[in-house]
Design a protein around this ligand. Structure first.
Ligand code: GLU
Length: 395
């Protein structure tokens, strides 16, 4: 039947983050004791004050279609949030609310990219960036980095990757999968290069903004002459433990926001109205209300780093945000461990799934074939047990 499907879907890779989560679920259903460290999903409940707002919205009969780009009150609240947290001045006509930041990103790609355009992806990058670019028949161009410089690209690398066909670059700080945060100074140095190439748009994915430990992330659009070329993406999933609620949003030049609304109007319409009402409460809440989750993630980060560093062959840096570690495991490539030959990161991830019952994601899916991604959005007990099992399987 595959031949009956479109070339578009046949050439689209499966999302490896979601595939690994599905695989873990499947194995669990078969009775296996799998520890899932594959999905980037907070293991907390959505805070009660947000749940109450949703319950009120149901009782107040919010059951009709919302405006395609989101309720006016939510767009206003998002403008307040952008000013408060990012010192960015957006007006409601520059905001579009979508069904998750993933849809926000897909909208932007659909409205800006033509077939043959090039999209720069500093690697490692989130799995869906490359797939979304491919869906637009654009070509994605990876800019590699390494754990030795905390997975950051340099201005020289950026300059070398730009061609007359380059239309966009996707930045993501704090980064999924590496947890890296670019400093203001580093972003300004990259912006200096982009200044010389006015045809390039910047998508700044700031979904992990609040999940930071050692430094506050900087918003790319704050750079004066970049504001009109930058689309700032954010959402509620990660900081507010609202992954399943599916609320994302953009702040963008008005003409881009309008185009995204037009696109969304033909595909999904306005985001779920209950989730939007709850989102008003969430975005306006002081960040201190969610700090307990960030503090817990920081404790877990420190634990997982010290445990992984005890395993010979694991090279681990200290990520400053998000809830992932992205160790370089290339020391195992070419070796036979526990009777299994490991050639690459995918073999390694499969090996620890089968021999240690721990689900992670191969770095190949993120454009970093020497690494694997381990999510520590799991309990301390699970993290300790998972690393113990990995260590045993490798010994
Ligand atoms: N963004 C999360 C992750 O990277 C959720 C899954 C997805 O949409 O990729 O694990």
């Amino acid at each position: 039947m595959k031949q009956l499907l479109s070339d578009r879907i046949n050439s689209l890779p499966v999302s490896q983050t979601l595939a690994m989560a599905a695989k873990a679920r499947e194995l669990r259903a078969e009775g296996k004791d799998i520890i899932g460290l594959s999905l980037g999903e907070p293991d907390f409940n959505t805070p009660d004050f947000i749940k109450d707002a949703a319950i009120n919205a149901i009782n107040e009969n919010y059951n009709s279609y919302s405006p395609v780009d989101g309720y006016a009150e939510l767009k206003e609240a998002i403008c307040v949030k952008f000013k408060r947290d990012n010192n960015l001045t957006y007006t409601p006509n520059q905001i579009v609310v979508s069904t998750g930041a993933k849809q926000s990103i897909a909208n932007i790609a659909q409205v800006l990219l033509n077939p043959g355009d090039e999209v720069l992806l500093p690697a490692p990058y989130w799995v869906s960036y490359s797939a979304i670019a491919t869906l637009c028949e654009a070509k994605y161009v990876e800019i590699p980095s390494s754990i030795d410089n905390d997975f950051k690209i340099t201005p020289e690398q950026l300059e070398a990757a730009i061609t007359p066909k380059t239309k966009m670059i996707f930045f993501n700080s704090p980064n999924n999968p590496s947890g890296t945060i670019y400093s203001e100074q580093e972003y300004r140095a990259l912006a200096k290069v982009l200044e010389k190439h006015p045809q390039i748009f910047i998508l700044s994915d700031e979904i992990y903004e609040h999940v930071n430990y050692d430094c506050k992330p900087f918003s790319f659009a704050q750079i004066e002459n970049m504001f009109d070329r930058t689309i700032t993406v954010n959402g509620l999933a990660k900081a507010f433990a609202m992954t399943g609620w599916r609320v994302g949003y953009i702040g963008a030049p008005e003409w881009i926001a309008k185009a995204c609304t037009k696109m969304q109007g033909q595909i999904t319409s306005g985001t779920n109205c209950i989730a939007q009402r709850a989102a008003i409460t969430a975005v306006l809440a002081p960040v201190s209300k969610i700090q307990y989750m960030v503090d817990e993630f920081k404790t877990r980060r420190d634990i997982i780093i010290s445990l992984l560093r005890e395993i010979e062959g694991f090279k681990v840096n200290v990520p400053e945000g998000a809830f992932y570690v992205f160790p370089d495991v290339s020391a195992f490539f070419g070796k036979t461990v526990n009777g299994v030959k490991i050639e690459n990161a995918s073999d390694f991830a499969l090996f620890i799934l089968e021999k240690a019952n721990v689900a992670t994601v191969t770095g190949e899916a993120f454009g970093a074939p020497d690494c694997i991604r381990i999510s520590y959005a799991a309990s301390e007990l699970q993290i300790r047990e998972a690393v113990k099992r990995i260590k045993k399987a490798l010994s």
